[in-house]
Write a protein that binds this ligand. Sequence first.
Ligand SMILES: C[S@@+](CC[C@H](N)C(=O)[O-])C[C@H]1O[C@@H](n2cnc3c(N)ncnc32)[C@H](O)[C@@H]1O
Length: 269
Amino acid sequence: MGKKDKRWVMQRKNDFYYKLAKQNHYRSRASYKLLQLNEKFEIIYEGDNVVDLGCAPGGWLQASYDLVGEDGFVIGVDLQKVKPLREENIVAIQGDMTKKETINKIIDLMPSKADVVICDASPNISGVWEVDHSRSIELSLMALIATTHLLRKNGNFVVKVFQGSLFDQYVQLLTKYFKKVQTTKPKASRSVSAEVYVIGKKFLGKKFDKNTDFPIIKLIEDNEFLDRYIEETHEKKEGNETSDNDEDNNKNGLMIKKIKELRGKRSKL
Ligand SMILES: C[S@@+](CC[C@H](N)C(=O)[O-])C[C@H]1O[C@@H](n2cnc3c(N)ncnc32)[C@H](O)[C@@H]1O
């Protein structure tokens, strides 16, 4: 183990929430982020049916179970295998949350539509701020799309997003789908981390519309969700990628172009 790794292990061991999680048998310190979010925003209730996107190693699954109790149901998905939990009404499956078949599998396993969808998924970190930010926006967009298929009307949504230039646009997009949208950083989230949480309350019940005028949607325009999952409601706009008279849209369009170029360069490394 290198010097830097050793320092990281020591720091982690001295971390307040890491110790607390160990004491209370939570699989990750992240459990406290969800518990704090819930205390402040009242997102999950007893008896609720919760979907957790990006759930490994299972800290949010455990915290959710503590909130929904025996009458609730919690199902999570992660790219990584999750060690099974003892409780019967916590299910974890392995899969990619950005794939249609994974979301269908979750729908098959759920007793009814979700009361709450939570997403703490993180992309692989490249170390380049704009790339990591855009990957996080991509995952959060996919989480929103999945949520419009999983969540019942008036249900709640929590999603982690790394801060950056496209963050405000993501929050704006959420206001099209939820009655109330708020952003926050719980105490258990490290101040050095770029993560913030966006809370959407009272889902309006409409499916994701890829034709709304939000340039960030272009980040995921090749995704199978958009091609096969989402009903085509309008003709795809031809030519002009961004609206001519909207300066903000233009700026965002250029930003996305830059991010795509940067990402291309990184993947060749
Ligand atoms: C910060 S961890 C989640 C921690 C979890 N909330 C907990 O309390 O234990 C982020 C997770 O997102 C998962 N993830 C990233 N992209 C994913 C994807 N496309 N589908 C499913 N899981 C994904 C990663 O594998 C990782 O386990």
